[in-house]
Each structure stands twice: as structure tokens, then as C-alpha cells.
Design a binder for this molecule. Sequence first.
Ligand SMILES: Cc1cc2nc3c(=O)[nH]c(=O)nc-3n(C[C@H](O)[C@H](O)[C@H](O)COP(=O)(O)OP(=O)(O)OC[C@H]3O[C@@H](n4cnc5c(N)ncnc54)[C@H](O)[C@@H]3O)c2cc1C
Length: 433
Amino acid sequence: MSDPIYAQTWYDENSIKPPKPSDFSKKLDKYDFAVIGGGLAGLVLSLKLSQGGATVAVFESKTIGSGASGRNGGFCSTGWAASSIKIKKTLGLEKAEIFEDLGVRGFEWMKKQVSKPRYQKVNAKYGELNLSLSNFQNKKDESSLSPDDLKRYLVSSRYKSGSINKESFQFNPLNFMRILMEECLENGVHIFENCSVLKVERSQVINSFELLTEKCQKFIAEKVTYATGGYGGLCASELDRILLPIKTFVAVTDPLPDILKKHIRTEFMISDNRRAGNYYRLLDEERLLWGMGISALGNKSISKIKRDAFRDLKSHFPKLVEEINALGLTFQYVWSGLMGYSRNFLPYVGELSPNRYAVAGFGGHGMNTAPISAICLSEFLLGNRDSLNGFDEIMHLPHYGNVGKVAAEIIYKYLSMKDFISEYKPIILKYDR
Ligand SMILES: Cc1cc2nc3c(=O)[nH]c(=O)nc-3n(C[C@H](O)[C@H](O)[C@H](O)COP(=O)(O)OP(=O)(O)OC[C@H]3O[C@@H](n4cnc5c(N)ncnc54)[C@H](O)[C@@H]3O)c2cc1C
């Protein structure tokens, strides 16, 4: 049975051909920078460093975009994995403002990228419907939707109100990664795929590190950055102590012509405002991409994720599931991926020890935050000492291994319970009277 973390995704079968990675025979004797991890953070960092005149090598365990950056929900909006309230509590008002502004800048950077003609294949579509499952409160502003307004967009009695954000966009993240890879290669970045970094040691070459990779290839670089997301653990023990690998799950249905649009009548991407909510959107051929849940412990099988997805979808769209079942259709693609989460949900961006850096830990909100963090780090590495201003107040606490995983699972269950109570509170109170 294939591991859901590496299982074939809908994107794998519906994306452009990947560019050819660099040839090992072309490697330089020494690089200015080695970047470990070919996700969004690693590639943006490499692109910016090479545009600044540095020689850069990227090392990716598998292929570019095989980590979270090429297998996620494809939602891009402002904000961070931590809520605004949590950010203010952790950083204080002044720093929080700088930090929140970075989230907006990251979003603007992505928006500019996807608007370039060469990124056309990422198929960016604007508009997000954000839904609430708790009781409708009076209309707040123009964008607020009442239960009656909602009927124009979907058929589900579970949602009580909503709002539309016209700025956020959805896109094909694997295509994004492959086009970004092309840009990096054109700018002279060397990208080595299927090349896990196993060890980083001080080199005999003065002021340098030696990176030992799979297949016993050795590389020399002056500075090393870990952009390993939730997939790290092999070579930076400091990061391993701070970031927990957390799984999350995506399922994509068979094509549902004539059925899907009766129930979900909008091309907007959709999410709900629960602490542990769902996100979903329509793909080509009238398929539904359904994103759900997190887990810190154990390994869910493909069939278990599929069962969970059906149960979850049914609880929001029971009639849709009835029709899917009646036609013998199912979820054709099911996968998971890893995200790096710190205890305060904030990333690690900066120095680990002299000439060793990290840009990782973007949780479930990386599409804007990973690029802006990488841009800030690149500016710092190219000589602008103030560019990590937003990140320098972040305290990083150890998660204590399995204790941290159990705690994360308990917190997720607790938040789900709070979501449940706030959704059903009005009904519970009614029967209590
Ligand atoms: C299923 C899923 C759905 C998500 N949905 C969304 C969404 O809709 N919107 C959003 O904003 N965010 C979403 N996220 C979060 C987002 O995808 C991540 O925050 C973001 O992609 C992190 O980027 P990264 O570059 O830090 O990590 P990654 O993209 O995971 O890249 C890290 C890379 O490092 C490589 N690596 C690790 N160790 C080594 C080593 N020793 N040697 C060489 N290579 C190594 C890995 O193979 C991996 O490719 C989702 C995440 C998942 C998993």
C-alpha cells in the first residue's frame, strides 16, 4: 500500500511536465549557499539569492514540489497559520503589526507572480467564500451573506452565514512550483533532485560546510539554509526539536458532471471559519477537491482517509453524497502531506548557528508566508541586517517529541469539540430550557 504522504495526487496527473533538474556532473567545487529542501520556501530563497549574484545549490530529497508546496489545497490568502489574536499575544502589538504586514506582502508577491504570462498555467481564479457554521448574526457589511443569500452559492443546511473575499485566489500549486523551478534554473541555481542531505559538517575548506548527500556525493558551501518544512529531521537537530511534523488530508472525487453544480454552485474556493475546518473547491471536469483534518500521531491508510472524507462530506452535503453513491462514484485521488508546526504556530526564520539558517514552519498557511519569509531571509543574507525585523521576537520552544505529538492531537480534538459546541449551542440551549 502506498504511503499517503507520497501518494499520487490529482496535481501529479494534471500538471505541466517538470523541467530537467541539474546534472551532478556540473556541480561547482564550492557554492556561496546550499539550500536544503525544494519547496516554496527553498526555491524562492534560491531565486532571490541567485538574482543577488550568489551561487546557489538546492538539494531536494525527492522531486521539486513533492513536499507540501506541490500537494496542498491551492488556497492563497493573507494571514499566518497563527490567528491575529495569537500573534498579538505572542509578539506584542507593535511587532505583531510588522508581522501581519509581512503576511500581506507575501500574498501580494504571489499575486504578482501568478499574474505573469509565464505563470498562466497555474490557472489562478479569484474569490473565496468563507462560511460560518454557528448561528447567523445580523449582516455586518456588504460582503456578509445570510442563509438565504448562501443558497445562491451552495445547498447545505449546515452553514448559517458567510462572506466573500474577492482578493484571495486558488491555483495549481504543482504547476507553480514547476514554473518557479524553471525560473530558478534560468537564473543559474543548481537544483539537485533525489538528493537527500544526510549530514552537514564543518569542512576542511576554510569557512565552509561539507554536505554529505545520498549516493555519497559531497558538496561544499559557505552558508547552509534548512528549508525542510515538515519533512526535515535528518540533518538539523535544532529544527527537529522545535517543529512538529503534522499531517493533513486531501481527497478529490471522480468527475461529477450534472451532480456537483447542483450542490456547489460557485467557482469560488470555499472554507469555513472553524478552528479545525474544511476547505474545498471545484477542479476541472467538475471534480471536487475536499481538504480536511490534521493528525500528529500514527499513519492513516488511503482507505481510512477516503472513509473520513466521505463521512465529512456527507455531514455537509448529504444529498450530494447520496447521488455520488447512487452512481457508484468515489474519491479517485486521496493523499496527505506534512506541515511543520511550532508550539506557537509561528515559523523559524533566521540563524541557527553561525552561517547556518532556517526558513521553515509555516503550518497550514504557507502559500503567502513561505515566500515572504524566504525573501526576508535572502535580503538578510545579502547584507540587509534589518530585514528579519518581523521575526526576531519569536520565541521557539521545544515540543518534547512524542509528548508534543500527543499534546497536538489533544489540542486538535479540543478545538474540534469547541467548534462542535459553538455550532450546536443554540440547539442545545433550546432543549435545555
Ligand atoms: C495537504 C496540504 C494542504 C495544504 N493546503 C494549503 C493551502 O491551501 N494554502 C496554504 O497557504 N497552505 C496550505 N498548506 C501548507 C503549505 O503547503 C506549506 O505551509 C508550505 O508548502 C510549506 O512550504 P515549505 O517550502 O516550507 O515546505 P515543503 O514544500 O514541504 O518543502 C520542504 C522540502 O524539503 C525537502 N527535504 C526535507 N528534508 C530534506 C533533506 N534532508 N534533504 C533534501 N531535501 C529535504 C522535502 O522533500 C520537501 O520537498 C497545506 C499543506 C498540506 C500538506
